[in-house]
Design a protein around this ligand. Structure first.
Ligand code: PGA
Length: 250
């Protein structure tokens, strides 16, 4: 029988947001408090806003997260932030291995895995990202490439810990293009099978998010796909109304 998995709708603000964004956060907080929501919710703002937004969302259903972390807890790593810092700032999640970081900063699967291990050790849930380029999709190797990324990037975890996986086809990120429902269904099934093979029973309940141009108008269709357990939302997470529209579709 299919296990019920509470979906997660996570907003990835990327390098966007400023003091004015608090108005959006307040709207999200108020509207979440006023209705029944069938999803876990997280906002991942830039690191400079993480603490303030965590405080603003105190006692809200919505949690916060960071967009990246270093694998070490501290040290001479100019410009980086560590898991204990994220935790101290109130974060509950950290996105690791986003394709923008894999691409621009050459992060490998083993780098991503080390960050995810650090997150788990620090009591933070890693959202481990994977996804193929358009070239790979067109060559017919998307599933093989994504499964290899997942197997190499996801660390083992204990019964008290959890990880989240996010599948984001690179060609769908910020482009307005989304993968077809059939392609999402095929990929998420393949990911579920790989996670179950790798982790056994705990692999059957890992949340597998879809990401790439998710918006209120396509959220319901994407979130109704069998092994889609939520969404990682970039552009549409910056406006409270759009983000809430996606949360309400879950
Ligand atoms: P997008 O970004 O929703 O703007 O396509 C998704 C992401 O990169 O996480």
């Amino acid at each position: 029988m299919k296990k019920k998995i509470m979906p997660l709708i996570a907003g990835n603000w990327k390098m966007n947001g400023d003091a004015g964004s608090f108005l959006e956060v307040e709207v999200i907080k108020d509207r979440l408090a006023a209705q029944e929501i069938n999803a876990d919710v997280a906002i991942c703002p830039p690191a400079t806003l993480l603490h303030r937004i965590s405080v603003a969302l105190h006692e809200s259903l919505a949690k916060t997260g960071a967009q990246n972390c270093h694998a070490q807890a501290n040290g001479a790593y100019t410009g980086d932030i560590s898991v204990p810092m994220i935790s101290e700032a109130g974060g509950s999640y950290v996105i690791v291995g986003h394709s923008e970081r894999r691409g621009a900063y050459n992060e490998s699967d083993s780098d991503v895995r080390a960050k995810a291990v650090a997150a788990l050790e620090g009591g933070i849930i890693p959202i481990v990202c994977c996804g193929e380029s358009l070239d790979i999709r067109e060559s017919g190797k998307a599933i093989d490439v994504v499964i290899t990324q997942i197997i190499n990037s996801c660390p083992d975890f204990s019964a008290e810990q959890s990880i989240v996986v996010a599948y984001e086809p690179i060609w769908a990120i910020g482009t307005g293009k989304t993968a077809s429902v059939a392609d999402v269904d095929e990929m998420h099934n393949a990911i579920r099978n790989a996670l179950t093979k790798r982790f056994g029973d705990p692999g059957t309940t890992i949340k597998i998010l879809y990401g790439g141009s998710v918006k209120p108008s396509n959220a319901k269709e994407l979130l109704s796909v069998e092994n889609v357990n939520g969404a990682l939302v970039g552009g549409a997470s910056l406006k409270a109304d759009d983000f809430l529209g996606i949360i309400e579709a879950a």
